[in-house]
Ligand binder design. Structure first.
Ligand SMILES: Nc1ncnc2c1ncn2[C@@H]1O[C@H](COP(=O)(O)OP(=O)(O)OP(=O)(O)O)[C@@H](O)[C@H]1O
Length: 333
């Protein structure tokens, strides 16, 4: 569906040259659901705009839905849907008119575009809003209308640029349900951008991590987490003897570290005397197996675990390990 090689885009801003996308190679097969994940300014939108033929590459090539984006942009556009960051709907138009206009734009026969508009309004829960002006819709309704507009031509390949940005968690979940449902119904290939880590993790089958215009990793989320991050098991052990705790935890469990001797004020029973505690951490690829095994080992050595916690590897850990920066922290900044 997509083959891009050495795709590059630079912008000039005064004397500065901004290398927004730097020689990326990417392939997307038919039916895949691929997310481009990266911080603001990483080059995600620029990549999408080149793949949709909306922006000329500075160099490199991309063949999308069978056609070259530079030499055959009209054929590319006829075969794709693109849902950009801003709302596609004209503010003063009515919802149903917008959908019909989109159908006319694609030269669909009148009965066909009317039927498609009805179907999409129903599937995307826009029924009853036919005559409402786009400007009066809520954020979630407007985004669902964007999706409906992008689907009017039933594209085999749909690009979505930050489809859920600015929506509340419930609207985000709801929109994903619609998008993935439509994908099943029409067998679409989906390529999207997001800076929501959890979204990329839960929705995408493949995540392309992009940073400073380069692809730094490209794999299914589970493989990324397995290869580039660890789960961390943290145990509090009621003991003053850090060496004994360390000796009870075999190296085979993972990367073990012990932090001796915090006095915990009455953590077990209210009013209990403070007791000495050792904190042990184990970095491992299999946290859910290592956690009970570690408790068992400690118990076998006569040591009591007073609390146990498992922090599962996240795509943020992956990003941190690959780039030295946290995507979550950057999003907050
Ligand atoms: N038309 C333009 N002129 C100048 N610089 C641009 C232009 N479009 C993008 N850039 C710059 O290119 C870089 C990549 O921008 P891009 O919008 O592709 O990033 P992004 O990953 O999509 O970020 P966001 O999540 O904020 O949309 C940024 O430094 C941006 O400022």
């Amino acid at each position: 569906m997509i083959t891009a090689r050495g795709l590059t885009r630079t912008f000039r801003r005064g004397k500065d040259v901004i290398e927004a996308v730097r020689a990326i190679d990417v392939d997307v097969r038919q039916g895949e659901l691929v997310a481009f994940l990266g911080p603001n300014g990483a080059g995600k939108s620029t990549t999408l705009r080149m793949l949709t033929s909306l922006l000329l590459p500075t160099s490199g090539t991309a063949v999308v839905a069978g056609y070259d984006v530079v030499t055959d942009p009209a054929r590319v556009r006829a075969r794709i849907g693109y849902i950009g960051q801003g709302t596609g709907g004209g503010y003063s138009y009515r919802v149903l008119d917008e959908l019909h206009n989109q159908g006319r734009f694609y030269h669909l026969p009148r009965p066909e575009y009317r039927a498609r508009a009805r179907d999409l309004m129903e599937t995307l829960e826009l029924t009853g809003l036919d005559k409402r002006k786009v400007s009066s819709l809520s954020g979630g309704q407007r985004r669902r209308l964007d999706v409906a507009l992008g689907l009017m031509n039933r594209p085999p390949l749909l690009f979505l640029d930050e489809p859920t940005t600015g929506l509340d968690p419930q609207s985000r979940a709801n929109l994903w349900q619609h998008i993935t449902g439509m994908r099943e119904q029409y067998g679409m290939t989906l390529v999207l951008t997001t800076h929501y880590l959890e979204e990329a993790d839960s929705v995408a089958e493949r995540v392309v991590i992009i940073d400073h215009g380069r692809i730094v990793a490209d794999a299914p989320p589970d493989a990324l987490k397995r290869d580039h991050a660890d789960d961390v098991v943290t145990l509090q052990v009621a003991s003053a003897d850090a060496a004994a705790v360390r000796a009870a935890l075999p190296d085979g469990l993972g990367q073990v570290a012990v932090h001796p001797g915090n006095a915990q004020p009455g953590a077990v029973h209210p009013g209990a005397e403070p007791y000495a505690s050792v904190r042990a951490t184990i970095a491992t690829t299999h946290g859910s197996l290592v956690l009970p095994a570690a408790i068992e080992q400690l118990r076998n050595h006569g040591l009591v675990v007073t609390s146990a916690e498992l922090a599962q590897a996240s795509l943020d850990d992956v990003f941190l390990n690959l780039t030295g920066r946290s995507l979550r922290e950057e999003a907050k900044a």
